[in-house]
Design a protein around this ligand. Structure first.
Ligand code: FAD
Ligand code: NAP
Length: 315
């Protein structure tokens, strides 16, 4: 039986693995169906991970994450390239369901499966992701300092991020498919008061175009008015997120621990879920800042708490 099963090999899962193994847990397996590193490996530039900085060219997400697995493996973390299907509580222990009917038992579990920004579905969105199309203003806003950008979406995230970008960029075009925002009224008020946010309503992005160097412009389709061609280098898409929580769903669709109305796993400051022995870390948890440094911090806390849990309950 494993001391700890970690699900997900992004910054949260890897940090959990480092702290759990280096802190003394013996049998710790990280299940990650891809290469370890997580979603940041899709980003061509990261300049807000403290202590890791290169000016020209900026360090890429893949470069940042490259040494992490080796460090974890050095202290005994094992990686299995498997997709976990489901986690179940069975008495005092957990069962991890893997493909081909394989079931592994574990004393504790850390879920670090992340979240995935939804795609809007316009032409060029995937092609230019990380090269002008972004889903993170905190991560990428600075690259557009004193430049014009487009923000897509009409929810709280889109409006809050448009406000954030309006303090960095020279102008923000806020494109929304209806003429009513679903964001909170005070946020809408603040957006309306900003001189450098221009609303383009009843409109969707038809296409983002560019070259090898990245995005060069956006074609927007506005109901009754036709196409608008904006020559901007950056497009921020905030059309909702998918929380990767399906490993926590029972066969009847209910969750094995408490989640909020958005499916984010509810944890306390020690990353403990409502189910003893089950921890959640990183973007999958409630109120996640969705930053590498925060996911890594969560993972470290969860790893240390898993050690305490196993010692208290099994030794
Ligand atoms: P993730 O990194 O999403 O890792 C989760 C892992 O779990 C994935 O590797 C996935 O394959 C795996 N997984 C999921 N389900 C299963 C399963 N059932 N079985 C096995 N494995 C599973 N943050 C910054 O701090 N600065 C930036 O500049 C920055 N830029 C970004 C740019 C882009 C393009 C993107 C997409 C994100 C960016 N972020 C940035 C955000 C950052 O990447 C995330 O906040 C961080 O990666 C979250 O870490 P995590 O470990 O919680 O989840
Ligand atoms: P959201 O509320 O689901 O909003 C998504 C927005 O994207 C909507 O305006 C939607 O348009 C639009 N959209 C969806 N698919 C699209 C597509 N394919 N093309 C163009 N536009 C599309 O998502 P969110 O803003 O990320 O917020 C998620 C949840 O977190 C919400 O409950 C929100 O209140 C909450 N949140 C709260 C705060 C806060 O309290 N400070 C901050 C951030 C988020 P329609 O409006 O037409 O559907």
């Amino acid at each position: 039986m494993l001391d700890c099963a970690i699900i997900g090999g992004g910054p949260a899962g890897l940090s959990a693995g480092l702290y759990a193994t280096r802190g003394g847990l013996k049998d710790v397996v990280m299940y990650e169906f891809g290469l370890p590193g997580g979603q940041i490996t899709q980003s061509s530039e990261i300049e807000n991970y403290p202590g890791v900085f290169r000016e020209d060219p900026p360090i890429s997400g893949a470069e940042l994450m490259e040494p992490w697995p080796k460090q974890c493996m050095h202290f005994g973390l094992k990686h299995e390239m498997e997709e976990v299907k489901r986690v179940e509580r069975d008495g005092d222990i957990f069962k991890i369901y893997l493909p081909n009917e394989k079931v592994v038992k574990a004393k504790s579990v850390i879920v670090a499966t992340g979240s995935t920004p939804k795609r809007a579905g316009f032409k060029g969105e995937e092609e230019f992701l990380g090269r002008g199309v972004s889903t993170c203003a905190t991560c990428d806003g600075f690259f557009y300092k004193n430049k014009e950008v487009v923000v897509l979406g009409g929810g709280d995230t889109a409006l809050e991020e448009a406000l954030y970008l309006s303090n960095i960029c020279s102008k923000v075009y806020l494109v929304h498919r209806r003429d009513q925002f679903r964001a909170a009224p005070p946020t809408i008020e603040r957006v309306l008061k900003k001189d450098n946010i221009e609303l383009i309503l009843n409109a969707t992005i038809k296409e983002v175009y560019g070259s090898n160097m990245g995005v060069e412009g956006v074609i927007i389709e506005q109901k009754g008015k036709g196409e608008i061609d904006l020559k901007v280098p950056g497009v921020f898409v905030f059309v909702g997120t998918i929380v990767n929580n399906k490993v926590l769903k029972r066969e009847d669709g209910s969750f094995i621990c408490d989640v909020n109305e958005r499916g984010e796993v509810i944890v306390d400051l020690k990353m403990r879920t409502s189910l003893p022995g089950l921890f959640a870390a990183g973007d999958v948890r409630v109120d996640a800042a969705k930053q590498v440094v925060c996911a890594a911090g969560d993972g470290a806390v969860a790893g240390m708490e898993a050690i305490n849990y196993v010692r208290e309950h099994f030794e």
